[in-house]
Design a protein around this ligand. Structure first.
Ligand SMILES: Cc1cc2nc3c(=O)[nH]c(=O)nc-3n(C[C@H](O)[C@H](O)[C@H](O)COP(=O)(O)OP(=O)(O)OC[C@H]3O[C@@H](n4cnc5c(N)ncnc54)[C@H](O)[C@@H]3O)c2cc1C
Length: 451
């Protein structure tokens, strides 16, 4: 049976960058010591290719990171304190730089979203694969890891003096190895990094296997919920609105408010703004054991369709327009504020006849319109099926992981990285940044003891 220094489980962004960082760091160490090791590192992937989910990101264009400052990014993320060290160790600029070094440029889109200039996630994956090849990292494809065990754990747990522990460690080095069983072969490793992803989009290979492996080492898993997920609505009329997009609105749920775009779909609502607000909805109310409905509370979101004007400003403007353009019909006038196809529905909800002219609009009607423009409420029926979630919220609890190294606090030489950990964020490149930053840190710190 072959023994490796470091085995990395999962060939997504987190696992790939962990392998690269580990290998680069190990090469530095080896060069300094004038040693050369071959096949020190192995990357084990269940699928017949690496990075299946990565290729789907950003509609195939890969929104890899965000230009915001690290501090601003962290403020948008769940478990930001845990992520802090990894984000400073391998930042958005560090991430972009490894691709720029290989000739791939980036462009910045809405809200700081970075995309490769090629608009193609393949160009990201190709460069990552080049790094893996150039560093001679062994890649094992078609190899789902079934279980990982570590002999010698029992001895570790016994109370011994530090010095005795060290001696014991030397004597039992063989015992300290991890045994990794895939469905075909078994191998051993001194260190293991688990980067198997969450459990959304399972067709990409991310089926939550890492949770079971982590549990087998007594790690706690916090409730697993689908995040960045479309929402269905109670109102059946919405299917007639399918295809309409509303841009730059404020979408609120309870105390949470975000700015973003919304898209009406055949079953309800989607678009980045809805995906972002879904994280808060799912966080507050989601029944994991699937019933006809995963949501138990009555969930209502509020759309501020004109976020840049206050009610008072709108009122003044409509009054002024009524005086100068009194003959304009309300349904035509609203084109200044709303998408054409949305106006009929809007007037229906506001219970106002669109054929009224502005000069015939009573104060009460005017206020009704303004109220709906600023607070258009939509009752949510359910989340879309969890398989369609872009991310998994929750995961391996950060409490038992050292945020400075990504090493388990329970099991020495065991590391975790990427989406199978608890942290997550909104759309905008943050989830890939989490995968790359935690993956890089895990890879790098796993090699430190070989120094
Ligand atoms: C449609 C879609 C679009 C997205 N767009 C964006 C975007 O534009 N920007 C952004 O920041 N984020 C985006 N995300 C989220 C992003 O893709 C994930 O956060 C990221 O891929 C997580 O990386 P990871 O390496 O932790 O896990 P994954 O990418 O899920 O990789 C895990 C890997 O482990 C493998 N694996 C699992 N179990 C085993 C096992 N037992 N043995 C061996 N291998 C195993 C899997 O096959 C997989 O290759 C998107 C997600 C989806 C689904």
């Amino acid at each position: 049976m072959k023994t490796y220094k470091i085995a990395i489980i999962g060939g997504g962004p987190a696992g790939i960058i962990a392998a690269i960082a580990a290998s680069q760091n190990l090469n530095n160490i080896n060069n300094n010591n004038h040693h050369h090791h071959h096949e020190d590192i192995i990357l084990i992937e269940k699928n017949n290719s690496l990075g299946k989910k990565l290729l789907l990101t950003g509609n195939g264009r890969c929104n890899i990171a965000n230009s915001k400052s690290i501090r601003e990014q962290l403020n948008l993320l769940k478990h930001k304190n845990f992520l802090k060290h990894s984000f400073y160790s391998f930042s958005n600029e560090d991430l972009i730089a490894i691709f720029k070094d290989k000739g791939l440029d980036f462009k910045e889109e809405k809200d700081g979203r970075y995309f490769p200039i090629t608009d193609d996630a393949n160009s990201i994956l190709a460069i990552l694969k080049d790094y893996l090849n150039n560093l001679n990292i062994k890649i094992l494809l078609d190899s789902p890891v079934k279980s990982i065990s570590k002999e010698g754990i029992k001895e570790k747990e016994e109370k011994k003096g530090d010095r005795d522990k060290e001696k014991e460690k030397e004597k039992n080095k063989e015992k300290d190895l991890f045994l990794i069983d895939t469905d075909s072969i078994s191998l051993k490793a001194e260190k293991v990094i688990i980067a198997t992803g969450g459990n959304s989009y399972p067709q990409t290979g991310s089926t939550g296997d890492g949770y079971d492996i982590a549990k087998s080492f007594d790690h706690e898993i916090t409730p697993i919920k689908p995040g960045l997920i479309s929402l269905s609505v109670k109102n059946s009329y919405f299917k007639h609105l399918s295809g309409i997009s509303l841009e730059n609105l404020n979408i609120s749920f309870k105390e949470h408010s975000i700015k973003g775009d919304l898209l009406f779909t055949h079953f309800g609502l989607s678009g980045p703004g809805i995906l972002d607000i879904s994280n808060f909805i799912v966080e507050s109310d989601y029944k994991s054991d699937y019933n006809s409905n995963n949501l138990s509370e009555k969930i209502v979101i509020s759309l501020d369709l004109i976020p840049n004007s206050t009610k008072e400003e709108l009122s003044k403007r409509i009054i002024a327009d009524s005086q100068s353009n009194g003959k304009t019909m309300v349904k035509n006038y609203l084109k200044h504020y709303l998408k054409n196809r949305f106006i009929d529905y809007f007037l229906n909800i506001a219970q106002i006849s669109g054929n009224k002219t502005l000069s015939n609009l009573s104060k009460k009607d005017r206020n009704k319109i303004i109220a709906k423009l600023k607070d258009f409420q939509v009752e949510i029926a359910n989340t879309a099926p969890r398989e369609t979630a872009m991310i998994t919220c929750g995961g391996i609890s950060t409490k038992k992981i050292n945020s400075k190294t990504m090493e388990s606090k329970l099991i020495q030489n065991l590391y975790f990285a990427g989406e199978l950990l608890e942290p997550y964020g909104p759309t905008g490149g943050y989830n890939l940044q989490i995968a790359f930053s935690t993956g890089f840190l895990a890879g790098k710190s796993s090699t430190e003891s070989f120094n």
